[in-house]
Every structure is written in structure tokens, then in C-alpha cells.
Design a protein around this ligand. Structure first.
Ligand code: 13P
Length: 252
């Protein structure tokens, strides 16, 4: 499986700034064997769609989607609407949404399934808080989050096949990256669950790591068994830094 590197701009860059990022990123030399994606805010999808391909980024993504395709849900954006941008993937259940917007496992599962039905890969984010980690509950919490989407009917299904992103909440935006070895234990547990559920087909589901990934530590994650890619916040905001991270992702 080729390694995946996804930028999550979070709440940064409207269409004008998104255009400037993409123009700058076009100058970056990128490794050929890397699956590179960028998750942009809804308002920048159109701008990004028209120019990301030329910047060497094949995969455009959104950062959230509602579970219904359309209807009386003021302010929400449904997967069928996102499909018009020919999105490859969409994040769901990011811990910032669980924390600030009250998203539950049940909501995250409904969003993931609905995206799959529309042929968009859900990137399902899971991870424990600092308090849970300190109580030794990391695996219990992550397994419960993954189990919630599996029991809701997640499928391994071509274009809509999922990606699981393990993002320990305490490592997000803190500079306190989880060590490759600590992340490995959790990735292995997630892969085990996927293997039990899907058998051979589970090998199509990448399990990627997120939380303070940068150009210095990305090589460690991507050379660790069971870590199939990375999800990058802060270090993706500067196109040059993100280009450097992409180059540091694979052995020279
Ligand atoms: P940072 O890379 O800023 O820690 O953010 C990680 C993240 O939340 C990616 O989705």
C-alpha cells in the first residue's frame, strides 16, 4: 500500500488564501509514490477543485459532512452536495468536532456511512483524551470508537472505502507527538479489528496517524509497522513546510 499524507487546514484559508496556497505548493517537488490529499474548508472547495490537480495533489477532501443528502438542515452540507466537487474523501469525527460541537460516535457513524453511499471515502478520526490516556484507557476508548462505525454498517467498498485516522487528542496542536512505538500499539489494535470484520479486504483500509506531525518526525511514523500514512494540521498550513514534509515522508 502506498503511504498517504493528508493535510487538514482546519478553519484556515477561504478561497483567496486557498488559491495562494495552491499556487505556492505547485512549486514544490513531490515524491511520486505518495498519496497526497488536502482537506479544505467548504467555502474553498471550488477554488481548490479548479487548481489542486495542477499542484500535484490528486485528492481533494472536505472536513465534515452531514448524514442526510439534502433537507431542512440549516447550515449543513450533505454528501451529495460534496459529490458535485468530485471529492475523494471527507474527514468525519475529528476530535475538535467531537469536543466543540458535541459530535457523538453515533453521529460520526451515520456521517461515515452516508459518505460511503455517495462514493466518498470517509476518513474516520478516533483518539483518546489526555485524561483517558492517563487512566490507561487508550485502547478501550479507541476500540469503542471504531466499533461504533463498524457496527453501523461500514463497508470496504472501492471508491468509498474508509480510512481510519488515529489522532490522540493530547497530541493535536500541542507539539507533544505520540511516539511511533506508542502509536504502533494502537494502530495494530485497529488493524486487528478491521481484519476480524473484513478479512482480506481489510488490507485496503489505511490506518493513518495524526497529532503534531512535521517534517522532522514524519519519517519515523511512516517507517513504523501498521502506520499507513499521516494526517497533518499545523505543518500543512505553510505550503513550503508541507512540501518538505512530503519529501521527508519516504526514504530518499
Ligand atoms: P496538528 O498537526 O496541528 O497537531 O493537528 C493534527 C490534526 O488534528 C489533523 O487532523
Amino acid at each position: 500500500m502506498r503511504k498517504t499524507v493528508i493535510a487538514n487546514w482546519k478553519m484556515h484559508y477561504g478561497p483567496v488564501k486557498a488559491g495562494a496556497w495552491i499556487r505556492a505548493f505547485r512549486r514544490e517537488r513531490l515524491p511520486k509514490d505518495l498519496e497526497i490529499g488536502v482537506a479544505v474548508p467548504f467555502v474553498s472547495l471550488a477554488a481548490a477543485r479548479s487548481s489542486l490537480g495542477r499542484a500535484g495533489v490528486p485528492y481533494l477532501g472536505a472536513q465534515d459532512a452531514f448524514w442526510a443528502n439534502e433537507g431542512a438542515f440549516t447550515g449543513e452540507i450533505g454528501p451529495a452536495m460534496l459529490k458535485e466537487f468530485a471529492l475523494s474523501f471527507c474527514l468525519v469525527g475529528h476530535s475538535e468536532r467531537r469536543q466543540h460541537l458535541g459530535e457523538t460516535d453515533d453521529m460520526v457513524a451515520k456521517k461515515a456511512i452516508s459518505l460511503q453511499k455517495n462514493g466518498i471515502r470517509p476518513v474516520i478520526c478516533v483518539g483518546e483524551t489526555d485524561a483517558q490516556r492517563k487512566k490507561g484507557e487508550t485502547l478501550k476508548v479507541v476500540r469503542a470508537q471504531v466499533a461504533a462505525v463498524l457496527s453501523a454498517g461500514l463497508k470496504v467498498d472501492g471508491a468509498g472505502s474508509p480510512i481510519i485516522a488515529y489522532e490522540p487528542v493530547w497530541a493535536i496542536g500541542t507539539g507533544k507527538a505520540c511516539s511511533g512505538q506508542d502509536a504502533k500499539v494502537v494502530h495494530e489494535a485497529i488493524h486487528d479489528m478491521l481484519n476480524k470484520k473484513f478479512g482480506k479486504a481489510a488490507s485496503e483500509i489505511p490506518v493513518i496517524y495524526g497529532g503534531s506531525v512535521d517534517a522532522r518526525n514524519v519519517g519515523e511514523y511512516l517507517s513504523t509497522t501498521h502506520i499507513d500514512g499521516v494526517l497533518v494540521g499545523s505543518a500543512s498550513l505553510d505550503p513550503r513546510a508541507f512540501g518538505m514534509l512530503c519529501r521527508a515522508s519516504l526514504p530518499a
